[in-house]
Ligand binder design. Structure first.
Ligand code: HEM
Length: 125
């Protein structure tokens, strides 16, 4: 499969929903992340599901509703240190496992998200 087929290959909408649920369950409990996330993650989850759907090659749901992601700019409001980047990625690594995203997709998704997370850092420790 090519990258564009990842969305279908991992199981489409249901798989992305499992991943987002498993991820924000961890974010909501991670001491490095709770200070910058809202208490109610409903809207955050909805947007992330839209974003990941298109990131995996599915329908362009995020762009349709919010326009170009400009993720680095949208993250500038938040203090994102290397510690927070590591916390985000560890929540995601565990979520990929809980959501039973199969190899080789799991590793390739994690690799791409690691690059994106590196790009989101905007503050030294
Ligand atoms: C929004 C933190 C990395 C995608 C947010 C929000 C925070 C945050 C605090 C705002 C939540 C809200 O107010 O609803 C972080 C931290 C990261 C990180 C600490 C660590 C590096 C990433 C990565 C992606 C991503 C790698 C790409 C998959 C998004 C999206 C939104 C978002 C799509 C919603 C943007 C919008 O408001 O439309 N993030 N983020 N983030 N993040 Fe991240």
């Amino acid at each position: 499969h090519q990258q564009g087929n990842i969305y279908e290959a991992i199981g489409g909408e249901e798989a992305v929903q499992r991943l987002v649920d498993a991820f924000y369950k961890r974010v909501a409990e991670h001491p490095d992340l709770t200070p910058i996330f809202p208490d109610d993650l409903t809207e955050t989850k909805r947007k992330q599901k839209q974003f990941l759907t298109q990131f995996f090659g599915g329908p362009q749901l995020y762009i349709q509703e919010h326009g170009h992601p400009m993720l680095r700019a949208r993250h500038m409001y938040f203090t994102i240190t290397p510690t927070r980047r590591n916390a985000w990625l560890s929540c995601m690594e565990e979520a990929l496992e809980e959501a039973e995203i199969e190899e080789p997709y799991r590793s390739s998704i994690f690799e791409r998200l690691t690059m994106t997370a590196n790009h989101m850092m905007n503050t030294p420790e």
